[in-house]
Design a protein around this ligand. Structure first.
Ligand code: ADP
Ligand code: MG
Length: 497
């Protein structure tokens, strides 16, 4: 068993690590740090939550102790796929650089330009950026990348999912040839391998436990549902209400508009819920994450992109509102629970159309996932749980049908939200009632956690999506794709820059 002091890190860094309370390096840190310190190119692959951030920040701090930054010429550059991840890495430099006097500059969307520019002008030792924002600055001539000594691409697989590969290729070409290049990724898809082959010179590959394995401490289940959003929302509510020992949970949705809708629906039903997706401004994302960490928010509704790599505390439950279309995302999602040997529970809502995804997940993980209850994929029609959101979709005919059907449906015993809201007072929902107990959801409108993401951008997006609804429920996938990414799979939520 190695200690941090065996890795070659400087005294200042070791002192900071000690005062921050890390005792031992994680396996990826143990293997990667000496090579980064030796200025080798490194390709690091390790699952989410294994401590990849410190694998590059600690040695970078040591290396930065010699030399000085010049105006507009950052000495090191770290690319992150999302603003949160960039902010977290900045935080890591604050904590581990407490004994250094380094300038760390952040170039991300949603944060004031002026402040960022001031730091860059003075000369940044460390520049942390999202690819789009970095290129914006570069094109305006505010930045020179010819002084970069170390270049880090973090969460490379997520960069790929978000369509950032062309941006990264462009950025690589703006950097000096003699730089050190470090890639970190949770998985190694072939496009990332290709990028690494192109831009890393004689790299050391360090790899820790493949991302295809799920922890044995996680109980995995599937539950069948009709395919309509309200079917799934009703199933989700019953899952939450029936969950044993639920202390907190993350609910994953594939699309950001569903993140918003599910969060609103849960709040309306008296649950303590917050949303995290790529279209929210930085401040509200941070506020939501903070609320979740402090246990003020029990249920975090999130998209993969928003949640990837985030330092979210371990949760007791993970619910997949949608099965992920990439099997690897399933592994990452459920890995949010059952950490450090504790038990966790992951339940995925499955519709009839999800069979191919389930097959892919089972093939990847080698696990057979059991079903909760009988498989029943029939739609129950709407129970009017979210009249506000569903209104544009619903014809008078469906609404009439909803009344008759809901009488037989077990999941729909709850009265309509707008006439007789159900406060979360049932003993089962104990964890979620602290916040909302006894309060009528309707009356809490202005305090709803998702309220702050109703910014203009979001609203106009919603409008755009509503217009699509005229084509029926099955919106062609290309219409759901964000505009920015030029290549790659971008059906998941996006919107970092
Ligand atoms: P990754 O990028 O691999 O997903 P992070 O770097 O975000 O993971 O680290 C995940 C969590 O582990 C963070 O809360 C971090 O503070 C913690 N951590 C990292 N290294 C150590 C260590 N050596 N000892 C204890 N905790 C650590
Ligand atoms: Mg990370």
């Amino acid at each position: 068993m190695m200690n941090f002091s065996d890795l070659g890190l400087s005294e200042k860094v070791l002192a900071a690590v000690q005062s921050a309370g890390y005792e031992k390096p994680t396996p990826i840190q143990e293997q990667a740090i000496p090579h980064v310190l030796a200025r080798r190119d490194v390709l690091g692959v390790a699952q989410t939550g294994t401590g990849k951030t410190a694998s590059f920040t600690l040695p970078m701090l040591s290396l930065l102790e010699s030399g000085r930054a010049r105006a507009r010429m950052p000495r090191t550059l770290i690319l992150e796929p999302t603003r949160e991840l960039a902010a977290q890495v900045e935080q890591s430099f604050v904590v581990y650089g407490q004994n250094h006097r380094l300038t760390v500059s952040l170039l991300i969307g949603g944060v004031s330009f002026a402040e960022q520019l001031k730091k860059l002008d003075r000369g940044a030792d460390v520049l942390i950026a999202t690819p789009g924002r970095l290129l914006d600055h570069f094109e305006r001539g505010k930045l020179l990348l010819t002084g970069v000594e170390t270049f880090v691409v973090d969460e490379a697989d997520r960069m790929l999912d978000m369509g950032f590969i062309p941006d990264i290729e462009r950025i690589c070409q703006l950097l000096p040839f003699t730089r050190q290049t470090v890639f970190f990724s949770a998985t190694m898809p072939k496009e990332i391998q290709r990028l690494a082959d192109q831009f890393l010179h004689n790299p050391v590959k360090v790899e820790v436990s493949p991302a295809a394995s799920t922890a044995k401490t996680i109980t995995q289940r599937l539950i069948s549902s009709g395919s309509k959003p309200w079917d799934k929302r009703a199933v989700l509510r019953s899952l939450i209400n029936d969950a044993k020992d639920l202390t907190n949970a993350i609910i994953f949705c594939n699309r950001k508009r569903d993140v918003a809708t599910v969060c609103r629906s849960l709040s309306k039903h008296g649950f303590s819920a917050g949303a995290l997706h790529g279209d929210m401004d930085q401040t509200s994302r941070m506020a939501t994450l903070d609320g979740f960490k402090k246990n003020e928010i029990t249920l975090l509704v999130a998209s993969d992109v928003a949640a990837r790599g985030l330092d979210i505390p371990s949760v007791s439950h993970v619910f997949n509102f949608d099965l992920p279309t990439h099997a690897e995302d399933y592994v990452h999602r459920i890995g949010r629970t059952g950490r450090a040997g504790r038990s966790g529970s992951a339940v995925s809502i499955a519709t009839k159309a999800d069979k191919k995804y389930i097959d892919a997940i089972e093939a990847l993980t080698g696990d057979t996932i059991e079903w909760l209850g009988e498989k029943d994929f029939t739609s129950r029609s709407s129970d009017n749980d979210d009249q506000e959101q569903e209104k544009p979709r619903r014809s008078r005919r469906t609404r009439g049908k909803a009344r008759t059907d809901s009488a037989k449906s077990t999941d729909h015993q709850q009265p309509k939200a707008e006439t007789a809201p159900k406060p979360a007072t049932a003993s089962k929902s104990e964890p979620v009632q602290q916040q909302e107990s006894g309060r009528k959801p309707g009356a809490a409108r202005t305090e709803r956690p998702d309220n702050n993401m109703r910014n203009n951008r979001n609203r106009s997006k919603d409008r755009g999506e509503r217009q699509i609804i005229g084509m029926g429920d099955h919106v062609p996938a290309f219409l759901l794709q964000p505009i920015r990414p030029t290549k790659g799979k971008a059906e998941n939520s996006n919107g970092t820059d």
